[in-house]
Design a protein around this ligand. Sequence first.
Ligand code: KIV
Ligand code: NA
Length: 265
Amino acid sequence: IKKVTTHQLQNMKERGEKISMLTAYDYSMATILDAAGVDVLLVGDSASNVMAGHETTLPITLDQMIYHASSVIRGVQRAFVVVDLPFGSYQGNSSEALRSTIRIMKESGAHGVKIEGGAEIKESVTRILSAGVPVMGHLGLTPQSIYKFGTYTVRAKEEAEAQKLIDDALLLQELGCFAIVLEKIPSELAKKVAEKLQIPIIGIGAGPHVDGQVLVVHDMLGINKEFKPRFLRRYADLHTIMTDAVQNYVKDVKSKDFPNEKEAY
Ligand code: KIV
Ligand code: NA
């Protein structure tokens, strides 16, 4: 199997082939997503919400991210695997950012990292890149800054924030990032950025005029019932399927239907 590389992702943009990306946090799910042909797997710090049940992405630790990333890597043969630098692991200074990145790369075997922000993290991005680690940017609604925003609504609707986002995207490209995620911004702004930049722009809630799409896998599989923002398309209703399966199991245990003779030694 031919592995996906940053070079191939760049070629996909140039050919107009859209890049598919999903989050993954564990071995079993990664095996399925990789075999199904997802180009990029993101070990997102959304694990904090989806796997650990926290309200925000802030509590997840570097050690926990490395545990998720190493589990994902063991299930992957083809996909390019990117790991989020968690809150608190890079904001302090660029040497801390590099140290966190090196731990992720060494201890999980991942292929690159993603980091939230623009001009504010310029030195960290430069330093990580100079160590030879591919960096994916993340602009727009950056969930690690949720208490600054105060709301999960669409970002960069105002001119000033939109202009900063464009400037930050250009800066990240200039520094050498291989791609940028744009989260929850107007379609027209995302389109402008994707047209202006040479590197792939991956959207989530950023409309169709970008070079690829990313979703949280539990959301698109319909595992969590409550989360249903406008940008989310549900490809399955696993919440119902899993609930039915488990209810049937409970019923069969209670009624002594399970296990039957063939299911026993
Ligand atoms: O952590 C995450 O799931 C993400 C994606 C939503 C881009 O950063
Ligand atoms: Na994230």
